[in-house]
Design a protein around this ligand. Structure first.
Ligand code: GLU
Length: 449
């Protein structure tokens, strides 16, 4: 075993030993560390300076109690967290997730992923993630507001435009960001527009931020397909999810001439042989805050199936997992490959398990890994911060052009490093090597922190 491989194994053992319950965190650390041996080989000083030991330990973890009252007057107690993983490249940056599954393991995995994703954007942002086990489903507007106010009453002391800048993620959209921002402003008594991103346009949000993750995913996938001479036009696309990422992935895939035949939520999936009617999905999700099964009430040709895993049994050319982590396991990967999938683009964070990724790669499926392919959302968040700093708003076209450029650059860098150090099509290795090199160099330059 080379020195680098031995170093990596030691760190993976350390992670497992320190936090044996944090399986998802260990998976994401494994995904990154298993691919960066060439960088470690070239830089023996990283091991001497314990760079990996530092990278796998968050700079700060905040855990707090969130007490609020529901509409019946009953007291509710949730857990709140912020994991400030790494600030080498800029203020901590990353979303807040409100979902019953939220725990330290998941937030550490997401924060670790965010460090490298943010580094790929080339913009000045460190990595963080936060959230709560609060479930917004079925809560009234007033309950969501009271929860957000209570959450921010603790979080405000740990964030700021040059300190840590949260945004949305699963369960946190424009409404929640509004309530969080209002409470921050009230407590701090100052208008720090840049303390949160994903704000509405009428109070200093960025145009194209809502669309950015989904559009960015398609820009990345298009770069990847163009390099192989494959056209998106008339390709059959399977999308999972029906939230913000999925909606704008569907929109851009359709704009590129592809036929998207599915979308899903945590209850089940819809298959529409005529192609998904995106306006109907937006109406159900954005206006009615309803469930995706309502789609078939107005689209009799479509089918609704209970259970979300079935979405991967629908034959397609391109699969875009845009729902959540670990939604494609080895079994689903095998089904997709057996049905002839050409490319997989990850819109969600780590939607494919490690064995699923390995299976795709063995079977020469073009694979766009999450931290590269879904970086468009956080990239436009960084552009929102830039606009807030200059107290100006850019046009939709300007932001969209920059997003296209950023996604192209991420693809080009990942491809270049894949060609130099790994299998030329291994964008997992290419993206990890690019991101790790950027973060590691800067950490070394900043000394022992
Ligand atoms: N939650 C998004 C992500 O996973 C966006 C984070 C942000 O804009 O800060 O990258």
């Amino acid at each position: 075993m080379s020195n680098s491989n031995a170093y990596v194994e030691r760190i993976l053992d350390l992670v497992a030993q320190r936090d044996p319950d944090q399986k998802q965190f260990k998976d994401t650390v494994t995904e990154v560390l298993k691919t960066i041996a060439p960088v470690l080989d070239a830089h023996p000083e990283y091991e001497q300076q314990k760079l990996l030991e530092r990278l796998v330990e968050p700079e700060r973890v905040v855990s707090f109690r969130v007490v609020w009252q529901d509409d019946k007057g009953e007291v509710q107690v949730n857990r709140g967290f912020r994991v400030q993983m790494n600030s080498a490249l800029g203020p901590y940056k990353g979303g807040l997730r409100f979902h019953p599954s939220v725990c330290l393991d998941i937030l550490k995995f997401l924060a670790f992923e965010q460090v490298f994703k943010n580094a790929l954007t080339g913009l000045p942002i460190g990595g963080a993630k936060g959230g709560s086990d609060f479930d917004p489903h079925g809560k009234s507007d007033a309950e969501v507001m009271r929860f957000c106010q209570s959450f921010m009453t603790e979080l405000y002391r740990h964030i700021g435009p040059d300190v840590d800048v949260p945004a949305g993620d699963i369960g946190v959209g424009g409404r929640e960001i509004g309530y969080l921002f209002g409470q921050y402003k009230r407590i701090r008594d100052r208008y720090d527009a840049g303390v949160l991103t994903g704000k509405r346009i009428d109070y200093w949000g960025s145009l194209a931020r809502t669309e950015a993750t989904g559009y960015g995913l398609l820009y990345f996938v298009k770069n990847m397909l163009d390099a192989k001479g494959i056209d998106l036009k008339d390709k059959v696309v399977v999308v999972s999810g029906a939230g913000n990422v999925a909606q704008y992935a569907i929109e851009k895939a359709q704009a590129f001439g592809a036929k998207v035949v599915t979308c899903s939520d945590s209850n089940g999936y819809v298959y529409d042989p005529n192609g998904i009617d995106l306006d109907a999905v937006k109406e159900i999700k954005q206006v009615r805050r309803g469930r995706i099964k309502e789609y078939v009430e107005t689209h009799p040709q479509a089918e609704y199936h209970e259970g979300c895993k079935g979405v991967w049994t629908v034959a397609c050319d391109i699969a875009l997992p845009c729902a959540t982590q670990r939604e494609i396991d080895l079994e689903s990967a095998k089904t997709l490959v057996a049905n002839g999938v050409t490319a997989v683009g990850e819109g969600a964070n780590m939607p494919s398990t490690l064995d699923a990724i390995a299976y795709f790669q063995e079977h020469k499926v073009l694979f766009a890994p999450a931290k590269a392919a879904n970086a468009g959302g956080v990239a436009v968040s960084a552009l929102e911060m830039a606009q807030n700093s200059e107290r100006l708003q850019w046009t939709f076209e300007e932001v969209d052009e920059r997003l296209k450029g950023i996604m192209k650059n991420i693809y080009t860098q990942a491809k270049k490093n894949a060609e130099a150090y790994a299998d030329p099509d291994d964008l997992v290795a290419g993206a990890n090597i690019t991101a790790f090199s950027n973060v590691a160099e800067v950490m070394m330059a900043q000394g022992l922190v």
